[in-house]
Design a protein around this ligand. Sequence first.
Ligand code: UD1
Ligand code: CA
Length: 452
Amino acid sequence: MTTRLIVLAAGKGTRMKSSMPKVLHRLAGKPLLGHVLDTGMQLEPASITVVIGHGAEQVQQCITHPVRWALQREQLGTGHAVRQGMEGIEDDDTVLITYGDVPLTRAATYQALLDVCDEHTIGLLTVMMDDPTGYGRILREGGAIVGVVEQKDATVDQLGIPEVNAGVVAIKGGSLRDLLGRIDDDNAQGEYYLTDIHDLAVRDGLRIVAVHPADSWEVDGVNSRSQLARLERLHQQHLAEGLMDEGVTLADPARIDIRGSLKTGTDVTIDVNCVFEGDCIIGSHVTIGPNCHLSGSTIADGSTLLANCILDDAQVGSDAHIGPFARLRPGTRVASGSRIGNFVETKNAIIGEGSKINHLSYVGDADVGRNVNVGAGTITCNYDGANKHRTIIGDNVFIGSNSALVAPVTVSDGATVGAGSTITRNVPADRLSLTRAKQTDIDNWSRPVKKK
Ligand code: UD1
Ligand code: CA
């Protein structure tokens, strides 16, 4: 069986009131359309055609999945949109049609629709809703589906039907092509509705079989920012529950945001308002304080992140202490047992085992050895205004507070740099180096007094 996917994503999304096409609005950090395509790809279809129109170039730029693009120049309705995506579809292909603004349908649900579909049967995803407002309603006679009526075309009686069309259909390519050729735009919105194929199909003797999702939120579509926000919260709640099932303690499951993938070991504790982006990995017995923002970062077993840390593309080894208020920028690697304290910024820096940078420092483009103490206010001056240079600090080095290390420069093993130094030459091993104006003490000095 050849499976082909058609994803509709040409609509403007008027109710979003946005200059960006609706399907590019993000849920859990990923464009709505990206969710549909990621899930669709799990089915390993022979092709995925995305029908684009409004903001087509923006959509093409943003989406990197291997898809065929079909252009719908004018948005004349979902049925018209599918027609634009029919190229290359054979009669006996099984076509799964999904909407780019329905992001959270599971792959298993798509598969269930494909499984019921054959020459005589269309699979249609439907669900019972407490508030079906806005959705197409499923019409049944004697239990069998006989059609779908849109909200705007429905009679008062039909509006009372709680079973709605999710917008996902599995149908044979031949039937689809034939039915699409017969729908018209004689309805409240003057559009070619995809949903009109069902009534025609039933008259042709085809059967429409309803498939229901495991959870009703799988069919939630996004038409407004308020629906987007609601779906985001719902999705985050499920992600939080998944974490807790894995053995993570969340101070408040309603105050965590995962915009990517988060893998966790056992006995991880996460305080409120933490945001995880990209792919993050957290080992066992890790504690994360409130208000931390991690993206693409890894934290090994037994480490602690205190409040308000930002980790971007950083790797923290085991039993390390980070924060509060530390910013670890891309390329930071902190080895086991190290400490990065408050108001410390690191970038492209390797910090060796057991080293400490406890206060108010910038360490960038640097290799720091083991058991190094970097005093408060130390700056690696990595940028000369044109190029970046590296600072190399050996093992067991002590850098006194408020020192400037002007790169390229090396401070060798066991060296000590006196507080307040500006180091411009390499410091030899086991020596004390300092650049410091001598202190002057003036006797009998009286401070100026304010004039009356
Ligand atoms: C549609 C269904 C409705 C269903 C609901 C589920 C139709 C006529 N109605 O209504 O039964 O309950 O989805 O969420 O199908 N699109 C195009 N080209 C167009 C029009 C739409 O590509 O000309 C795309 C949109 O970008 C969107 C999807 O099709 O991704 C659905 O369009 P939308 O206008 O949101 O349809 P609904 O009114 O929500
Ligand atoms: Ca919609």
